[in-house]
Design a protein around this ligand. Structure first.
Ligand code: DC
Length: 221
């Protein structure tokens, strides 16, 4: 029997990671943060001083591995743990440009499908194009969103915990720029899958969203 696939897409700061990890833990499924894979690729390219148009020919030098335990997620590049390094402002500012390179997407989408093929009972995967491109036959597709101000406040609080810029206005500006880049690109833009359930988390707490999405999964399995 193939694994249950839960695809959770949505813009930056909508709470996808916390929700996806929470749902995966609750259901004892595996977890895949596809944004971390695009960030890891970007970290590697910046480290090697490769511009977005130079990476396509060098992808065989970049071996990315993602841990799928929702309680202890990690990502490595060439066996270096970059789980923290991929959250710096430099990587955040550059990731949309590298994610728009078609060869990068082909490589990472293949790895994402492989993770699903190797998942035990289920996989909760979060990103931008999981319901639309990567897992068109997912058991459940969720499009998680929240008003941009709510997302900026949440992301600024996370940045403060990491000792990074926690100004809500700056964070709002950077989120809005990334939303525009991720939604406007030619390849696999962020968009709502026709059969996705839309969840607006603006006025919901994290446990409420986790309960709601877990119940949606349980209705289908
Ligand atoms: O979820 P995140 O903010 O960590 O994602 C980082 C970037 O990666 C985001 O700006 C767009 C890109 N991304 C993507 O293009 N496709 C995905 N499936 C996941 C992320």
């Amino acid at each position: 029997m193939s694994a249950v696939i839960v695809a959770i897409d949505g813009p930056s700061g909508s709470g996808k990671s916390s929700v996806s990890k929470g749902v995966a833990s609750r259901l004892r499924y595996e977890y895949l943060d596809t944004g971390a894979m695009y960030r890891a690729l970007t970290w590697w390219a910046l480290d090697k001083h490769l511009s977005p148009d130079q990476v396509a020919d060098r992808l065989d030098e970049c071996a990315i591995m993602s841990g799928t335990d929702p309680e202890a997620p990690f990502v490595t590049v060439n066996a270096i743990d970059v789980s923290e390094a991929i959250r710096t402002p430099e990587v955040t500012a550059a990731v949309s440009a590298y994610s728009a390179v078609p060869q990068v997407r082909t490589m990472l989408v293949e790895m994402q499908r492989e993770a699903a093929a190797n998942a035990g009972s289920g996989l909760v995967a979060e990103g931008r194009d999981l319901g639309t491109v990567v897992f068109p036959d997912a058991t459940l597709k969720v499009y998680l969103t929240a008003d941009v101000e709510a997302r900026a406040q949440r992301r600024a609080a996370e940045n403060a915990q990491r000792g990074q810029d926690a100004d809500v206005a700056d964070t709002h500006e950077s989120l809005a720029a990334r939303d525009a880049a991720d939604s406007g690109r030619a390849v696999s833009p962020l968009q709502v899958a026709d059969d996705a359930v839309q969840v607006d988390a603006t006025f919901m707490t994290l446990p409420e969203v986790i309960d709601h999405v877990t119940a949606l999964v349980q209705e289908r399995v």
